[in-house]
Design a protein around this ligand. Sequence first.
Ligand SMILES: [Zn+2]
Length: 279
Amino acid sequence: MEKYSLLPEQLLYEGTVTESQFFTADPLPEDAILRTHTADYWHKLKYLKLSRKEARTIGFPMRPELVARGRVIAQGTLDCARYAFSDGVALNVAGGTHHAFADHGEGFCVFNDIAIATNELLHSGEVKQVLIVDLDVHQGNGTASLFAHEPRVFTFSMHGARNYPVRKERSDLDIGLPDGCQDDVYLDTLRGHLPGLLDGIAPDLVFYLSGVDVLESDKLGRLSVSLGGCRERDRYVLECCRERGLPVAISMGGGYSERLATIIEAHANTFRVAASLYD
Ligand SMILES: [Zn+2]
């Protein structure tokens, strides 16, 4: 949890961003929650009625602050999308909670921030077509399930084939990478798919889930991507979107390296790359 406060501190300290470039999100309104999550699930969260088993599946005991935090993060991702329309790119210093389904949470994810933002923007008519590029090492199973029957949303997940979740959902495009996958294969695979998706789908908006649990140093990742390879991945995704004039909203996703400094460095790289490509 420490990374969520350390990352903005680091970005300010090194001058990658200024105080005035940050925004603070309000809690997401209930009607927006209910466009993505079931009323039954939301009421269990709201009134802290999740069973012990349901809370265990999420991964932490349910407290009002966690529900409140999830609402702010989801609104933050929605706000990011709207900033991306004007600025080209905007990044959430949290989010990427892609294991949350319509009716339950799992894998430390309570609300699905990208799905919530997507549904809200589709509902308001701000977008007609969305592409979700999920490069967290874990499959975006909640997101895949939520949009399985939604042609206006294309879900792309590139993840560790042998990693959590054991039972994968079906995204519109899934690429499972072998254990130990290194920079060259990792980046070549991405380069082989992303441009075609961007051109073929021609989305109004791209959500990018930039999890850094692909790193070799990650305790849960099983892949062997270097810090430089991870930074190149971020640069490539943003460059591909920028040269096509596609707005990008980024949610942070996972990162579980042994050293906290490595986690911060990898997440900070996403912001540094964005800062270097966009004015
Ligand atoms: Zn992950």
